[in-house]
Structure formats: C-alpha cells, structure tokens
Design a protein around this ligand. Structure first.
Ligand code: CA
Length: 475
C-alpha cells in the first residue's frame, strides 16, 4: 500500500494513525507499506517532497517544528518496529533530486535558460542571488557536518536581486546539467527548488554516508526513489550498487520514472542493470483513458505497451497515487466507476507487484475529497489472498468484456474467474475451469453479481458481470 495521500491533515498524527491500522491492513494481506518522505521539509505542512534536511527525521527544531507533517522520529521508529513484529515491511520515500527552504542566500554567477528547452540560454552570464546556503543550525552537526552551498547545486528558480523567477543554471568549472537524464524539454535535470549537483564529489560522499545512516537508524526495508527522470542514471546506478553492498539483495528498490514514454523507462532500467522496479505509469494512463472513454475503449488493449507486459517482475502496478490525485501536478485521476475494474486487473492477475492507494482505500479529505472504497477493496483483497495463484488463462476476445481464470496451486486450491466490463449492458463470458470441477458452485467475491454459476459437464462456467463493473467468481 502507498500509505499516504496528498491531502492528509498536517497534524503530525499520521505515524500514530498508521500504527493503529496495521492489524487491519495485515488481515487483508497488505504487508508492505510505502510511507511518505520522512525528512524535514519546508514546513510542518510539507507533504515531504520539499526536502530541507535529510538528517532530520522529526528530531530537531527546524523550519518551525520538531515533528514533520507526519510525526516525530521516535514515532516513526516505533511504527517501523511495529511493522516488523507483524512481518510487514516498510519502504521509505527518497528525494535526492532537490533541496528546498535554504537557510541563507548566496551570490553566484548563473545564466537564464529557456524553460521549454533548457539547453538554450537566454542573455548573458551574470550574478544572481539564490537560496542555496544550508547550515542546519538546529541540528548542530549531529550525524553529518556537511553544509550545502551553491557549488552543490546545478540550478535554481529565483533571483533575489531582480526578484524574478526563471530557470537559472549555475555556472562553474566543468559544471552543467546532468547528461544522463530525460531529454524532455532539452534536458530535464531541473525539476524544482535547488537542483542537487550529483556530480559533485562532496555531495556524493555525503549522500552515500547518509543512506547508510538512514537505513541503520530506521531499519527500513527498502526505498522508493522520487523523480528519477531528473536524476543522473550513472549516479543512481552507483547509489543502488552502494545500497546493495550495504544492505544486501533483499533490500527493496522501486523508482518513480513518470513518463508515458516506455522506451525511456526501459533505457533507465537497462542503465541500472535491472536492479530496480519501476511504477507502471503507462498502465495507470491506460486506466485513466479507459475510465474516460467508457464503452469506446477497447479493453483488449488495456495492457498494451505497459511495463507489466514488458517486464512483469519489475513492474509495480497501481491505479492512482499522490501525484495523479485531483488538484495535483500530474492529475490523471481514474474515474470512480472504473476503480473496481482497474483494481481487479492489478490484484487478480499473475504479473506485477500491486500497490493499493491510501486515498482509494481510506478516502481523501478536503477540497478534493473522495469516499473510501474500503468495503469492496477488502472483499477484493481477500479474494486475492485466497485465489490469485497458479496458471492464468486469458479470455481477451470481446472489446467490452475481458476475463481470465487463475487455476490455483498445491497450497491454494480455490480457483478464480475474474471479468471486467465497460459496456452499458451486463455480459457473460464462458471460461474453462476444469473437468474435475463439474457441478461446482462459484459466487462473486465482490458481491456485485448476484446468484451463482455452476460449472457444466465440459468444465466451463458462464460467468456474469454487470454493466461497467467487475466480478471475481470463486468456488
Ligand atoms: Ca536533477
């Protein structure tokens, strides 16, 4: 589960709230939690991606509070301990691309670049004042003595002399944007705030030291890497190798490479020797399209061009996340009616490592509120625990109704017949269960379809699904 959403209340209670949900989550089979960035951000309201200090996990009085938006370091460590006593794992969100809310401004030479093509400069090099000085006074050298200055960044988005915003590339010997990043907008090294210069040896040294400290301090079981599109591939490869050396192969790695360009992602995976999972962004966009096009979408193509088809063991499949939520930068919210269909696809099929979104499960608060879908998701998660095992037979013939059967294994004898339908009418798919199942009764675990299906003498069942709905039939 992605165990947060963008609009959680900033009351420093989330670690405690999560703690209180662990037994409930474990009982439906959610055993791995991706938690939000746990580092001190720009303020206690920061969702966590505006990173100020990677060494402040809610321990020091910095940026207006000791706790982060989610709680204190002590509460975080207790949460992780509680997960481990339940055999649950915790993956931490890691933001290496930028730093925010510097302690002081500095004067240095920079050049403005075209925001739509960052390889093109505008005007001449000149001195600007940028917020690039970090001394972390509240931490007072604990855990690391490293202080950041403009040499440790490649670019900023504000000049305090002219009070003008723009993308300013910081000049210096042998200094440029990272080369091995997305080539969108010419060079997509710069995303936001002060962009970290990962080619600087002091930066690298401190980040390598930091990750060892962070994992030993918190005992997290893995990392989710933010904004990979903007982070040098060569740096990431070294960083991941460093993690594997320190923490072993079982230390989990997943990256966010937000792009509808599947080739760019495959290139990244290749550069990293396939040492990392990636979120399946194209599958999410397919869900988004299907949810908007309704019966005009051909469901037979829903898995086309997705990571889960190209690299099933490296794909983390998801329906929505904190960035695709309404009101967010990458807003692409999957319409409500399609959520059960999308979740059936990620939870009941063999391929992929599915991730349930907090905002779908527990709902979203505030201006962009969304009701909790927990009731049917619990039924679906239980169906997954029971009957999402073994061989898979696909029935992808009808553009409006696709289905598949999971045949179980020695430990999981229950079979499942899942089907999703985007048309205005209910549909029936005839699917093969097995001749040893003749006369067996199947019921819809989602309780969307009523009644039962009895397997006929040839081993088939005529499985039903309502209009624009999903069903998961179990014996
Ligand atoms: Ca960058």
């Amino acid at each position: 589960m992605q165990a947060f959403e963008w609009y959680l209340p900033s009351n420093q209670q989330h670690y405690k709230r999560l703690q209180s949900k662990l037994d409930e989550l474990k009982s439906v089979g959610i055993v791995d939690l991706w938690i939000p960035p746990v580092f001190k951000g720009t303020s206690k309201h920061d969702v966590g991606y505006g990173i100020y200090d990677l060494y402040d996990l809610g321990e020091f009085d910095q940026k207006g509070s000791i706790a982060t938006k989610y709680g204190t370091k002590q509460e975080l460590i207790e949460l992780i301990k509680s997960c481990h006593t339940r055999d649950m794992k915790v993956y931490a969100d890691t933001v290496l691309n930028h730093k925010a809310a510097a302690d002081y401004k500095e004067t240095f030479e920079a050049i403005l670049v075209d925001p739509m093509d960052r390889e093109q400069t505008i005007g001449e090099p000149h001195d600007i004042q940028g917020w690039t000085g970090f001394n972390f006074k509240g931490r007072n050298n604990k855990y690391s003595k490293f202080k950041w200055n403009f040499n440790h960044f490649t670019g900023v988005d504000y000049d305090d002399i002219t009070k003008e915003s723009g993308i300013y590339r910081i000049l210096g010997d042998n200094k440029y944007w990272s080369e091995s990043v997305s080539d969108e907008l010419g060079n997509y090294d710069y995303l936001m705030f002060a962009d970290v210069n990962l080619a600087h040896p002091e930066v690298k040294e401190d980040l390598f030291h930091w990750i060892e400290w962070f994992v030993n301090e918190t005992k997290v079981d893995g990392l989710r890497f933010d904004a990979l599109k903007h982070i040098d591939r060569e740096f990431m490869k070294e960083f991941i190798d460093h993690c594997l050396n320190l923490f072993g192969d079982s230390f989990y790695r997943v990256g966010e490479y937000w792009s509808g360009n599947e080739e760019a992602k495959l290139k990244y995976l290749d550069a990293l020797d396939y040492n990392m999972d990636l979120f399946d962004v194209i599958l999410h966009y397919n869900f988004y399209e299907a949810s908007h096009q309704k019966e005009n979408y051909d469901l037979r193509t829903i898995l086309d061009n997705t990571l889960v088809m190209n690299h099933p063991t490296l794909a983390v499949t998801f329906v929505d996340n904190h960035d695709s939520q309404r009101g967010q930068a990458l807003e692409s919210w999957v319409e409500s009616w399609f959520k059960p269909l999308a979740y059936t696809l990620i939870l009941m099929r063999e391929e992929g490592y599915p991730c349930v979104f907090w905002g779908d499960y527990y709902g979203i608060e505030g201006e962009f509120s969304y009701p909790a879908q927990k009731e049917w998701l619990d039924r679906m998660l239980k169906a997954r625990q029971k009957a999402s095992y073994g061989d898979q037979d696909d029935y992808f013939d009808n553009p409006h109704c696709i289905g598949w059967v999971r045949h179980g294994n020695e430990k999981h004898l229950t079979k499942s017949a899942s089907l999703i339908n985007n048309s205005d009418d209910s549909q029936i798919l005839r699917m093969f269960i097995g001749t040893d199942f003749v006369g067996t009764i199947f019921k819809d675990a989602l309780e969307f379809s009523e009644g039962e299906v009895i397997i006929d003498e040839e081993g088939y069942g005529d499985f039903r699904v309502n209009a624009q709905s999903a069903s998961i039939w179990l014996n």
